[in-house]
Design a protein around this ligand. Structure first.
Ligand code: MSP
Length: 657
């Protein structure tokens, strides 16, 4: 059995994953499932890349340890693991770079590179982009900013180890230019022109200014550069330099690393150079896919425009979302994400084309044949031109699909499948089964043959859709009466695999139509609710730094007051007017902007605290003599206010001190 090793980038858990990350993993999953379908023994790896300064800083901000911080994002509710489970990702292994076996293996790898003479100690002077965890030279900056993300970079100067990347420049250039190691081809020119031709500089591979990383065991104080740590995951997860796994010989070199375009540089220059130094074989291919853009730009938490895959999957279904991502965007290029596009794709391809084909066909077999086709319906001795056309398209589909999948073009593979689905819908109209059914005696055999052709075409398409919508295809097979033997890759290339006595049943609507307007509104509401839920539970005003001397404090006269009457101030939705007993025998009037928090009647009789020597001030034409004291905090982004309520035993006028 052919072995096939495929990987996704391991995710940086500094924030929750968004639809862009989901795109990359769903694509890799579809390719991995396709490879299993054609009979390969697949190893599909994904994981998380958990070290680096950004994580250390974020953990500090959150008041937790870096390990606690990443644990929550990786394993916590709606974290990375939950998302992959929800999205039906079929990875065989999941690596975390904080796993003990990986950490120990990285120390060994670093030492090997050092012992081979490819790592030396020097001093790093340059620029560092913290969010990207990337070092840059002055000449690589764009307008003084990080060339990858456009953010500010920092000066960096520290003692560091360097990897002799320059030594491998010629071999890497040959690898990129003269082999098909890196695809799509356009990415090759980018790498060669931007990085290799200007001269490959040695790479800084250790840091001393923070500690959240794999320690260099032979030089305390240094931690291994996060990209050396991260890239090595592809081999440590197979057991390289560790005893946790034992598949290195079986699966290395990888057949393909699927990566986003901004990290092609690491995978096509630094990674092969590291492997050359280690004397290990190189991966067979790196495929750099494009980005999902939002309003023409990159999604990012700082821009506040990330799209939450949970919301979309819950609203439209996991398979519909998986399908949309693969169907709509050419895999090697950037594409503009929008909710409208998602809904249109669901409605056109899934509800109209595929959903209708299945529901019309199964319903007609039910209505005209009591749910069971008659034996012999597979054959027809005088085929009409449209019979032949449909059969030829369906029988030839697998080859076209395979060519597209083998060249990492899942969008093209789906395009081929949907051409056949559309042809099948046209075939229904050409045959007008409802007209044939009017005279079953004369046309019954022909009608059964038409139904068979439709079911068989649907079946072939469904086999090829398994990698994209595995759960829905299981249901679809059950509906068209396809048993296990005709859900296979072999059977997808074989017209006639479906039994001629197949017994389809009209089941649940697999892909319900989405009401565009309603769905857009629901998405907006869900996004607003998610935004709110992500706000901190409790926010407190920071304490004042400036000191106030005791005499100044004593000048404020705080007293207990009892509420004699309380009412809303006319024409104001904020103000309540209080009549208060302050112990002087003369009623005191205070206006307070707390109407949104209290009903007037619930305050009558309460003992409150007021400052009584503020100068009187007019509000909405009425005088307010003093101020009631409240406790204020923010909860989920909303201000909360609670009046300070005193024990009713305290007499009106008692001084607070
Ligand atoms: N940790 C590194 C990868 C190390 S691999 C040895 C990393 N992590 S990441 O979380 O920032 O990104 C993971 C992947 O998600 C990358 O391939 C990246 O290109 C991809 N995407 C992030 N945003 C994306 C889009 N908006 N669209 C498509 N892919 C995107 O990089």
């Amino acid at each position: 059995m052919k072995k096939y090793y495929i990987t996704t980038p391991i995710y940086y858990p500094s924030d929750k994953l968004h639809i862009g990350h989901t795109y990359c993993t769903v694509a890799t999953d579809a390719i991995a499932r396709y490879k299993r379908l054609i009979g390969c023994d697949v190893m599909f790896l994904t994981g998380t890349d958990e070290h680096g300064q950004k994580i250390e800083d974020k953990a500090k901000e959150a008041g937790v340890t870096p390990q606690e911080f990443v644990d929550k994002i990786v394993c916590g509710p709606r974290g990375v693991l939950d998302l992959w489970k929800l999205m039906n990702i079929s990875n065989d292994r999941f690596i975390r770079t904080t796993d003990d076996y990986h950490v120990a293996a990285i120390q060994k790898i670093f030492k090997k590179l050092y012992d081979n003479g490819d790592i030396y100690k020097g001093k790093y002077v340059g620029k560092y982009c913290k969010p990207c965890e990337s070092f840059w030279t002055e000449s690589q900056l764009v307008d003084g900013k990080c060339p990858d993300c456009g953010r500010e970079v920092q000066d960096a100067e520290e003692e560091a180890y360097f990897f002799k990347l320059s030594k491998y420049a010629d071999r890497i250039q040959h690898l990129l230019e003269d082999t098909d190691f890196l695809e799509p081809r356009s990415r090759v020119n980018e790498m060669v022109n931007n990085f290799i031709k200007p001269g490959l500089e040695d790479l800084c591979v250790s840091r001393t200014s923070f500690t959240w990383g794999v320690p260099v065991d032979f030089d305390p104080g240094h931690v291994v550069y996060v990209w050396v740590d991260a890239l090595s995951n592809y081999i440590t997860a197979l057991g390289y330099c560790n005893d946790k796994y034992d598949d290195y010989e079986t699966f290395w070199p990888a057949d393909v690393h699927i990566v986003g375009k901004e990290i092609v540089r690491f995978h096509s220059i630094i990674w092969p150079a590291m492997l050359m130094s280690l004397g290990e074989p190189l991966p067979k291919k790196v495929f750099g896919h494009g980005w999902l853009l939002l309003d023409g730009g990159k999604m990012s938490k700082s821009k506040g425009n990330v799209v939450d895959p949970y919301i979309l999957a819950e609203m439209f279904g996991v398979d519909a979302l998986r399908f949309f991502l693969m169907r709509t965007f050419p895999f090697g290029s950037d594409g503009n994400f929008s909710n409208e596009l998602l809904i249109q794709t669901i409605n056109t391809d899934l509800a109209n084309d595929l959903g209708n084909l299945v529901s019309r066909t199964t319903a007609m077999v039910g209505k005209y044949f009591g749910g069971q086709l008659p034996a012999g319906c597979r054959d027809w001795d005088k085929p009409e031109p449209f019979d032949t056309e449909l059969k030829e398209m369906a029988a030839g589909l697998r080859e076209k699909y395979e060519a597209a999948m083998e060249s990492f073009a899942p969008h093209k593979a789906l395009d081929e499948v949907f051409k056949v689905i559309q042809r099948a819908n046209k075939y229904i109209d050409e045959n007008a089964p409802w007209a044939l059914a009017k005279d079953m005696e004369a046309n019954g055999k022909r009608l059964a043959h038409v139904m068979y052709n439709l079911l068989e075409t649907t079946r072939i398409c469904a086999v090829l859709l398994i990698p994209f919508m595995p759960d829905s295809m299981d249901k679809l097979f059950a509906q068209i009466g396809a048993d296990d033997s005709c859900r296979t890759w072999d059977s997808a290339g074989q017209w006639g695999s479906l039994s001629d006595t197949a017994a389809p049943t009209k089941g649940e609507n697999l892909f319900p139509r989405v009401d565009l307007e309603k769905a857009l509104q629901a998405l907006e509401e869900a996004a607003a609710a998610a935004k709110k839920a992500a706000l901190p539970d409790l926010e407190l005003e920071p304490q004042l730094e400036e000191k106030v001397d005791f005499d100044t404090f004593c000048k404020s006269d705080f007293r207990a007051v009892k509420v004699k009457a309380c009412e809303n101030v006319k024409k104001s939705n904020k103000l309540l007017k209080f009549t208060l007993d302050d112990g002087t025998g003369v009623d005191r009037q205070i206006l307070s902007g707390i109407a949104q928090f209290y009903k007037p009647e619930e305050l009558v009789g309460k003992t409150l605290m007021a400052i009584v020597n503020l100068p009187p001030r007019k509000m909405m034409g009425q005088e307010s003599c003093g101020m009631l004291i409240s406790a204020v905090h923010t909860e989920k982004g909303e201000e909360r206010l609670n009046l300070l309520m005193l024990d009713d035993k305290i007499p009106a006028g008692a001084k607070m001190c």
